[in-house]
Design a binder for this molecule. Structure first.
Ligand code: AMP
Ligand code: MG
Length: 357
């Protein structure tokens, strides 16, 4: 209380005026449509990762929670109907099963759209981002690292060399909504699935009039949507790769954005005293080693942010910067040296944590 009094005491007249105006705006916002804006928070798992949601809704908490459940159902449906190569019955599993058959597979409009988006990033990144990396990714058995780290076996050079023969996005035949894969090629949309989910979630929220704002995190990809009831900015933390319990800084954002981070600390395994992470260089078949610890991409499209974060991690800061610019995306790189590099446009959003100044 004492502190509060002192703070009020030192407030200038101008500040008091702003405070009064802001409070008025907040009160109006809180009573918009005659209903208080409620905050609904939910944490869950979907797509093999943690999903956290904060929704601002002009409705009962129950209705807000129903929207949060719809968001989870939307992510589950994406994984189970379209994207997972591991689950039977998905569109991707069906395409992979036909690799080498010579038959063109008719795609759903959604998947055709996503694959086209992936192929744009493939071409622009010179193959650094490549959804045909499946045969190599399977050798690394990435999705088993967290559950059975002791069972990890380093793939042999021979096995990697063989698997690399079946990698190459330029050999994917994508035309008139049909796709044909060459023999043994396997698609893996792990680098872009969470970003695709963000785009789908945003469409879902746009149909829910009672949702005025939301921030939803699906693993390393985060969607900001609409606005906060108090008119403040969204704060999106950028994880410190050296100490993942901390942020190296935050992005302060207004409105609708997608932020994706690819980092060597997200998923890794150790063998013979060496650490291996999950972002592969499609040329060598080994974890990419381009001098980076993480890349954060800020853009409007989740597919782009997710695909570009993976591509930029493989390319390194210099080429990654050019790639991000080509997609009108902002990028922030944390180098192994600890140095932070970013696009000019990112500087208006990024605030370094105090203890890094
Ligand atoms: P992300 O965490 O978004 O960078 O995606 C990494 C995941 O995408 C991995 O777990 C692999 O399944 C897959 N992947 C790894 N390297 C690549 C790459 N260079 N291009 C496309 N997908 C990749
Ligand atoms: Mg990615």
């Amino acid at each position: 209380m004492k502190q509060f009094c002192e703070k009020t005491h030192f407030m200038s007249k101008r500040n008091l005026y702003f405070t009064a105006v802001l409070s008025g705006i907040c009160a109006l916002l809180l009573t918009a449509c005659g209903q208080r804006v409620q905050t609904v928070q939910m944490a869950d798992t979907a797509m093999g990762t943690i999903v956290t949601q904060t929704l601002y809704v002009s409705a009962d908490v129950d209705e807000g929670e129903a929207v949060a459940r719809e968001v989870i159902a939307c992510i589950d449906a994406l994984e189970q109907n379209y994207l997972s190569w591991r689950l039977e019955g998905t569109e991707i599993a069906g395409i992979n099963a036909e690799a080498g058959s010579g038959r063109g597979i008719l795609l759903s409009d959604k998947l055709a759209d996503w694959l086209e988006g992936c192929q744009k990033v493939y071409a622009a990144s010179g193959g650094a981002f490549d959804i045909s990396v499946g045969s190599v990714a399977r050798l690394w058995n990435i999705d088993k690292w967290a559950v059975e780290p002791d069972k990890f076996k380093l793939p042999t050079e021979e096995a990697l060399a063989e698997a690399l023969q079946y990698v190459g996005g330029d050999k994917i035949l994508l035309k008139d909504n049909t796709i044909t894969l060459p023999e043994k090629m396997q698609l893996d949309l792990g680098a872009v699935g969470k970003g695709i989910a963000l785009n789908e979630i945003r469409k879902l929220l746009q149909e829910e009039e009672q949702v005025s704002g939301a921030v939803i995190s699906v693993g390393g990809s985060i969607l900001t949507y609409g606005s906060k009831p108090d008119g403040g900015k969204w704060n999106v933390g950028v994880v410190d790769p050296v100490d993942t319990a901390r942020n190296i800084g935050i992005l302060q954002l207004s409105g609708d954005w997608c932020v994706s981070t690819s980092g060597d600390y997200e998923r890794y395994v150790e063998a013979d005293g060496k650490r291996y992470h999950h972002i592969l260089n499609p040329v060598t078949g080994y974890p990419a080693d381009s001098g980076l610890r993480s890349v954060t991409i800020l853009t409007r499209s989740g597919l782009d942010s997710d695909a570009l974060s993976t591509a930029c991690f493989v390319l390194g800061a210099k080429k990654g910067m050019e790639l991000a610019k080509a997609f009108e995306a902002e990028a922030l790189f944390v180098l192994k040296s600890g140095e932070i590099m970013m696009t000019e446009g990112m500087k208006q959003y990024f605030y370094l944590s105090n203890d890094r100044n």
